[in-house]
Structures are given as C-alpha cells and as structure tokens.
Design a protein around this ligand. Structure first.
Ligand code: ADP
Length: 486
C-alpha cells in the first residue's frame, strides 16, 4: 500500500525512455560529450607544454626585474638592498652573496645558509656551459623550486652573486587546467541536457496536439480537423492527417449515401409487391386481375434482382474483390455477342438494333466485363429511345493508338446539365424516383436503378479506358469508350 506510486513511476520512466524526446536528447548529448572529450584532450595536450614554457618565461621575467633592481641599488652605492614586495613574491627566495662569500642580503622563506647550500649543490650538478645556471630543487614540503644564479657587478666592478629561487609548478597549473576542462565540459553537458530536453519538448508539442486530436476523433465524427497553423514538418504532417480525414469522411459519406439510396430503391418495389399481394388476397378476383397482379410482382422482382446484382457488382468493385483476367480479344466479337443477346429486347421495344462498321479491333481485356459494359450501354440506348423509327447502332474502330466502341441512338438525348452527373451512383435524368409499374403495358418501366453507367465507367477504367458522352436533346446520344492500346 505504501509503495503504490512505484509502478506508476516506472511506467512514467519507461514512457520517457521510449519517447523520441529522450532519444533525441540522448544522442545529442552523447555526440556533444564525444566532441567535448576530443576537444578537451586536444586542448590539454597542446596547452600543457605551452603552460610549462610560459611558467619558465614568467620566472625569467621576474629574475630580470630583480637583477635590474639589485643593479640599480648597487650602482647608486646603496647599502640597504631590499627588493620591493611587488617584484618579489612571498614564496620567492632572494640571496645576494658578496665577493668573499658573505651573505649581503637575503629575503624569502628559506634561510640564507640553506640557500648557499642549495646553490653550491646545484652548481655542482649543473653543466658549466650555462651563463646563468638554473637548476631545480624540491623543498621538504614538496614545492618545486627553480634556482637561477646570476653575477651582478657594482660601481667599482666588484662581483656579487645573486641567487634567486621561485616556485615553478607547471604541473599544478596543468592540473588546474585539466580540472577546469573537466568541470567546464560537465557543466556544458548538463546545460545541453537541460536545454535539449526543453527544446525537444517544445518541438514535440505539436505531436502531442495531433495525438490528442486524433484520440478525440470518433469513427462517426470524422468532421473534426487539427487545423495546424504551423508551416514546419509537423504542420505538414497535421495537414496530411487533415486531408486523410477529409478523404475518409467523403468515403464514409459516400458509403452512407450508397446504403441509404440502395434501401430507398428496394423499398419502392417491395411496397408495390406488398400492395399487389394484399389487394389480390383481400377478396376473390378474376383470372385477368390475378394475372395482372402477378405480372406486376414479376416485373418488380426482375427490377430487384437486377438492382441487387448491380449493388453486388459495385460492392465487389469497391472492395477490390473482382478478378479481371485480361486476354487479347477482338472488340467486334464482343459487339456481335452483345447484339445477339439484346436483339429480343430491341424487338420488344420496336427498336432497330444494327451493327455499324465492325473491323477487327484487338485490345487486352476481360471478355465477361466488356460484355457487361456494352450490354449496359446498348440496353440504355434501347430503353431510353422513344418515338418513331427508333434506331440504335454499335460500331468499333481504332485511331491514334487507341481502340474505341461507340453506341449511338436517335432517342431524346440528354440535357447538358445532366451529363456531368450521369456516372454518379443512383443518378437518373428522370428525377421522379418512384417508378410507375406497368408503364409499358408489360410491367416494365423504362427507368432503371441509376447504377448501370457507374458500372460502365468502372469497367472502362480497369481497362485503361475512358467513357465519353455526346448528346443533344432531340438529336440522340452517343456513348464512346476509348481504350488506350499503349
Ligand atoms: P439506369 O439504370 O437508370 O439506366 P444508368 O446509370 O444506366 O442508370 O443511366 C443513368 C441515366 O442516364 C438514366 O436514368 C437515363 O436517364 C440516362 N441515360 C443513359 N443512357 C441514355 C441514353 N442512351 N439516352 C438517354 N438517356 C440515357
């Protein structure tokens, strides 16, 4: 009970470790640490020898100052030789030895007798070639001294010997330098880590917004958008996400419309069948009346069968469940087959169905689907052609690298405002969606479900083809499907 927070803490930690933010900062810090190490190493090695040389140069500068001071005092015949504090440090040792070896003056933390000892020991070990012999000496406390012995002359040419010692500890300087480098690097890495986290957090904030927005979008509420104003990569991602939502919403809307239209289409024939059967069984009827009722039911059944078939075809097309097997075929053969199949319908509708020019026109296609496509077009032409001397003509041909098939009729034509919508599902020029049964005396209505041309367009598209319509009201209609033969 007391450690309830432990799993929550580990979960939070795990989430942080898995986050892009953490990975970016980690990589960034590792790279920075490597660069800093390399840079500090280079600085350390290049500067450590410089520091040593610089320390000796500094000591020499101070000796020159001390020598100048002593010479000035000796030249003016001064008795009291004392080097000012500014020139001599507390740790410096300064001893002036007279011509007879007596100590003239001495300053510093080491006793003059010891200085003389150090100097004579140093002189023995230092090569004679040096003008001003310099040698190292380590004090019992571990201080590294360098001693320099320089001759100085007074006014009357009497030689004095100046012994000067100063602490020379380049190692301490180098150690301090190393410490500065390490501390500086650690501080830089700490600042980079904190700054990196802050930056990564800021940069990732739009992702959080997108995630939250995506979480609130339900499957039925596709109208919500992220509407990101930023112009960077994440803004682009949000816009792409919005565009995807718009497409999904449109598809969802189409699907809903499709289902609503399909239900609506089925409701009318079902109502008619229901009405006819209720009327027929309500009381005793004459055989003619029964026949009439049955023919209406039969016609409605035909309509529903063809509607359900069309719906099934479209549903399969949408789901990508259709298998198109393309083979080399002659379009004129398909036309001949279609004409054969539809001649009885044409005869019944008193339409002259004729074959125009039908040269051999080869394309790669699926015979079954092309038959369906042509049947839909020719059936429409037969169905919608009215008046005297009704004619429907089908022809094929090839030009400019493409093959075509044309279905023309001399029917009433289609008004221009309807043409852009002809291929929409359930679109019918005749806006009255309620069909009147038995309009042609046989229970057949000229209007269909409004799905035929959508199927035609889909079949044309899967064959790399395009459907074109040319129509003038009163002057007939021509549908042309053009296939690209590559
Ligand atoms: P339907 O099943 O209603 O025939 P289609 O998608 O095949 O559906 O056709 C859509 C509409 O286009 C039809 O309702 C009809 O009004 C019009 N149409 C199609 N072909 C012709 C044609 N040859 N002549 C006149 N109108 C036509």
């Amino acid at each position: 009970m007391r450690f309830k927070w432990v799993p929550a803490f580990f979960e939070k930690l795990g989430r942080l470790v898995r986050s892009i933010r953490f990975k970016i900062v980690l990589w960034f810090t590792v790279i920075l640490a490597i660069i800093l190490c390399a840079f500090s190493g280079f600085l350390y090695y290049s500067q450590s020898s410089n520091l040593q040389a610089e320390a000796i140069r500094e000591l020499n500068r101070r000796i020159t100052g001390v020598v100048d001071n002593v010479q000035t005092i000796l030249a003016t015949g001064g008795e009291q030789i004392s080097i000012p504090k500014g020139i001599l440090l507390d740790t410096d040792v300064f001893t002036l030895v007279g011509p007879t070896g007596q100590v003239v003056t001495s300053q510093g933390p080491i006793a003059p007798s010891q200085v003389i000892q150090i100097a004579s020991a140093g002189l023995q070990t230092t090569p004679r070639t040096n003008e001003s012999p310099a040698f190292y000496w380590t004090s019992p406390t571990g201080q590294n001294y360098v001693f320099i012995i320089t001759p100085v002359q007074n006014q009357s040419g009497i030689n004095y010997l100046l012994i000067f010692g100063g602490i020379l500890d380049p190692n301490a300087l180098i150690r301090r330098f190393l410490l500065t480098l390490v501390l500086g690097s650690l501080l830089t890495i700490a600042v980079a880590l904190a700054g990196g986290f802050w930056l990564a957090d800021r940069a990732m904030r739009p992702v959080k917004t997108i995630t939250q927005a995506a979480r609130t979008i339900g499957e039925t509420d596709l109208s919500r958008r992220i509407n990101s104003k930023s112009k960077d990569e994440l803004g682009e991602l949000a816009n792409t996400f919005d565009a995807m939502l718009a497409r999904l919403q449109a598809a969802f809307e189409r699907q809903r419309q499709f289902v609503a239209d399909a239900s609506h289409e089925l409701r009318t024939p079902l109502t008619i069948v229901n009405l006819e059967t209720s009327r027929a069984i309500a009381s005793r009827r004459s055989p003619q009346e029964y026949k009439h009722a049955l023919s209406i039911i039969h016609s409605e059944n035909d309509f529903m069968t063809s509607l359900v078939n069309d719906l099934l075809t479209l549903a399969r097309m949408d789901a990508g469940q259709t298998t198109i097997e393309k083979k080399d075929l002659d379009l004129s053969d398909v036309v001949v087959d279609t004409l054969e199949r539809l001649t009885p319908l044409a005869t019944r509708n008193e339409v002259t169905l004729e074959a125009g020019n039908l040269p051999e026109t080869h394309i790669l296609g699926d015979r079954q689907y092309l038959l369906q496509m042509l049947s839909n077009l020719v059936e429409n032409a037969i169905k919608y052609t009215t008046g005297e001397n009704k004619q429907v003509c089908v022809e094929t041909g090839a030009s400019d690298g493409s093959a075509w098939v044309r279905v023309s009729d001399n029917g009433p034509g289609i008004a221009a405002e309807h043409i852009p919508h002809l291929f929409d599902r359930f679109y019918r020029v005749d806006k009255a969606r309620t069909r009147e049964p038995g309009t042609d005396g046989d229970g057949n209505s000229p209007s269909g479900s409004g799905l035929g041309l959508s199927i035609v367009q889909w079949i044309a598209q899967v064959h790399e083809g395009k459907v074109m319509v040319e129509s003038k009201p009163g002057n007939g209609t021509t549908f042309e499907v053009r296939f690209n033969r590559g």
